[in-house]
Ligand binder design. Sequence first.
Ligand code: ADP
Ligand code: ADP
Length: 226
Amino acid sequence: IYDLELMKVGKVYDNGTTAVAEFDLAVTKGEFIAFLGPSGCGKTTTLRMIAGFESISSGDMMIKGVRMNDVPAQRRPTSTIFQNYALFPHMTVRRNVGYGLAVKGLPKAEMDAKVDRILAALGLEDIADRKPERLSGGQRQRIALARGLVVEPDILLLDEPLGALDANLRKAIQNELKLLQKNLGVTFIFVTHAQSEALALSDRVVVMNQGRVEQISPPHQLYTRP
Ligand code: ADP
Ligand code: ADP
């Protein structure tokens, strides 16, 4: 059974734009998949359909064998990490990270234990009581990762999460993402327009162009135009 299956998934927006057509993909648990392609090729739209933020116009989407087409975003076993972090500026790091568990009504002791564990995994213990507005971009992105991971999703969806970081920091967070993938066994779907990033991080690259999948292959077998 696959963690994620897209079967001829398509998206036509209300204004008639075909953003994605006949997208086929099967992902096994723990795989790191990159969606690679130029701006406008349909990467974000596909990610948003998996998350449930955008409806699916045609085809089927399954997670662990369960059809997700009509399941609302908050009931899907996914977490999404955005480039702009989307943290709550007035809440401490700890409360930002615990937010998803608090919403679910988890008992405080259980919530604190889970939050502590993920803060430690991402090296955030020392800043747990600070507010994101005074932290660096790298720290904010780690907080966003912690917040996404603390709810123990089957699939972590990342939309150009490193785009706002400088080169050194990007490298550091790339390494952390690989470690998290190995240690947690979570499936990663990662959107990027940077080929180097897709090659460095992923087990398989899905190359997209104008709403279509051009090729799916491990980085070392990727066909690139001369
Ligand atoms: P990216 O290329 O990084 O996906 P864009 O700048 O293209 O981001 O899009 C930013 C936001 O605008 C997204 O939420 C996207 O859904 C929306 N958007 C993009 N193109 C259109 C469009 N033609 N009509 C309406 N909304 C759009
Ligand atoms: P990418 O993430 O690869 O940059 P997108 O998925 O954002 O691509 O966009 C794919 C296509 O869909 C583009 O032509 C974009 O303009 C269009 N698009 C994105 N969001 C919307 C929207 N909300 N309404 C209409 N068209 C959109």
